[in-house]
Design a protein around this ligand. Structure first.
Ligand SMILES: O=P(O)(O)OC[C@H]1O[C@H](O)[C@H](O)[C@@H](O)[C@@H]1O
Length: 547
């Protein structure tokens, strides 16, 4: 098989990139008044303007060919039908089954998983209703109004960030607190303000073996017992979400208090499973279901829309274009909506844990770049800090700007300013400011010629910096579900093109393993140290400080 970088399509793209680098988007907009309408697509409540990208029709055509030759369509079908595409862990990849409202079965190894999925959703619905109505009570008869959600990675980011993003939809009457870090400051801060009699702990761990989550749950249990609860009362105050039922019952969870999940749901795709229970507790089950429905709608769009109209495919190909042909190493996400401020951190795990890989197929070391660094934060804040580097630094950083057209508690002045900043930034990135414009601005400012040239040189903005703009009518649960699924599928398409396994995470696993080995040496202070010199010295220093 021809290596990806040796294919004629890859070569064509490389030569198109050389051409495009000599051109400026400013001129394209000036010469083609239809550019904005030509390069925009709407689906599932998401309006994507991708006209401010370094693309031409020829570039898009070659990118679609690349997707075609990489068998994106076939790989997509394999995922949706439950094939074992996570080939290093021998697992299907079926987060899409968790939001499958088609009524169709989904088979894993010949067994339809949908009955179990639907049963779990019913259990979640009943559970949320029993908490919200106050029917389910703590051991002293108080309603459970404080929920402590303990989990890390995908068992934390999805629940926390999606709950935060949907603040206008929160159920009034319960408060959900999220704890992830094993740093004791986090759990102690949260628990210190709570009344144990009205606290419910939701422990979320797919594997039920993650050190941080186990320890935080033990700490919460100790706190509960110390505050007056007994071992018997635990069942009323502690529940778990896990695919490892045995480990959860061994830990002391009552079997009835365990919500199942399955090994075919990856951690970073798990918010659609019972790992999303804290979201449902925050919003009410009906709103949580809307989130799932939005994702389902995007699943259908992804499977049926032609590539030219397909949001995940388009955004994925634009990413590949910059990563592989322009040397872009990062991608910035800029939600212009305060409640969506955690979204970059969510996509960071989704993308970097999925496509942070260097092996293609079975054993081939890739000779091209794969997943980018994902970063970003809410607008307009970033404009007053890191945007400078995007405007005038030497790195090319493609950006996704996001803006809801309507926001809750709408104050027109604030919202108009927010929108104008968002649009103004995309404009500045695209058009830049030429030396001549800067030079002209400095006329009559009392500068001598050398000073004027110097200042105009420093003020010159190259422009030609690519961005997508995503608009939403409003950021409701359904649109958010579609947005998350859009990024999931974008990451999938990129992984398919690069040939990597987007669904394992061996680097993270190694970190967990080594962390436990080091912990053993920290706890057993007399144990001989046989790691590398640096690690030994660090452990010794820690032992000394804590002796
Ligand atoms: O849910 P758990 O089994 O506790 O795993 C929590 C997290 O662990 C690791 O960091 C994985 O890389 C994540 O994908 C996962 O979400």
């Amino acid at each position: 098989m021809t290596a990806l970088t040796d294919t004629p399509t890859w070569q064509t793209l490389a030569s198109l990139a050389d051409d495009v680098k000599q051109q400026h988007m400013r001129d394209w907009f000036a010469s083609d008044t239809s550019r904005a309408s030509k390069y925009q697509q709407t689906a599932c409540g998401i309006e994507l303007d991708y006209s401010k990208n370094l693309i031409t029709d020829d570039v898009l055509k070659a990118l679609f060919t690349l997707a075609d030759e990489s068998q994106v369509t076939q790989k997509r079908a394999a995922m949706f039908k439950g094939d074992i595409i996570n080939h290093t862990e021998q697992r299907a990849v079926l987060h899409t089954a968790l939001r499958n409202f088609s009524g169709e079965p989904v088979y894993v190894n010949g067994q339809d998983v949908m009955p179990e999925v639907l049963a779990c959703q019913d259990k979640m619905k009943d559970f949320v209703a029993s908490i919200h109505s106050g029917e389910r009570k703590g051991y002293t008869g108080k309603a459970l109004k404080q929920i402590v959600s303990i989990g890390i990675g995908g068992s934390f980011l999805g629940p926390k960030i999606m709950s935060e993003a949907l603040k206008p939809y929160w159920f009034d009457g319960v408060k959900v607190h999220f704890v992830a870090n094993v740093d004791g400051c986090h759990i102690h801060d949260v628990l210190s303000n709570l009344d144990h009699e009205e606290t419910l702990v939701v422990m979320s761990s797919k594997s039920f073996s993650t050190q941080e989550t186990l320890q935080n749950t033990l700490t919460a249990k100790e706190w509960f017992l110390k505050a007056g609860g007994t071992q018997q009362d635990i069942a009323k105050h502690f529940i778990a979400v896990s695919s490892n039922i045995k480990a959860a019952t061994d830990f002391g969870m009552a079997e009835d208090n365990i919500f199942p999940m399955w090994d075919w749901v990856g951690g970073r795709y798990s918010l659609w499973s019972a790992i999303g229970l804290p979201i449902a507790l925050t919003l009410g089950y009906d709103n949580y279901r809307q989130l799932l429905e939005g994702a389902f709608e995007m699943d259908q769009h992804f499977q049926t829309a032609p590539p030219e109209q397909n949001l995940p495919i388009l955004t994925a190909l634009l990413g590949v274009w910059y990563i592989n042909f322009f040397g872009a190493q990062s991608h910035v996400l800029l939600p212009y909506y305060h409640y969506l401020r955690g979204f970059p951190a969510y996509v960071q795990q989704l993308d970097m844990e999925s496509n942070g890989k260097n092996i293609s197929g079975d054993t081939t070391q890739v000779d091209y770049a794969t997943g980018p660094i994902i970063w970003g934060s809410e607008g307009t804040n970033g404009q007053h800090s890191f945007h400078q580097l995007i405007h005038q630094g030497t790195l090319l950083i493609p950006a996704d700007f996001m803006l809801p057209l309507n926001v809750p508690n709408q104050d027109d002045t604030h919202h108009a300013m927010l929108a104008s900043n968002c649009f103004g930034q995309t404009q500045a990135l695209m058009q830049g400011k030429t030396f001549d414009e800067c030079y002209a601005d400095l006329e009559g400012k009392g500068l001598d010629e050398a000073e004027r040239v110097k200042l105009a040189t420093h003020k010159t903005m190259p422009g030609n910096k690519p961005s997508n703009t995503l608009l939403f009518e409003k950021m409701d649960p359904k649109t958010l579900g579609s947005l998350v699924a859009m990024y999931e599928h974008k990451v999938f398409v990129q992984g398919a093109i690069w040939g990597v396994n987007s669904f394992d995470q061996w680097g993270v696993e190694l970190g967990k393993e080594l962390g436990n080995q080091v912990l053993d040496k920290i706890v057993n202070t007399d144990a001989p140290l046989a790691f590398d010199g640096s690690t030994n010295a660090l452990i010794a220093r820690f032992r000394q400080a804590n002796s």
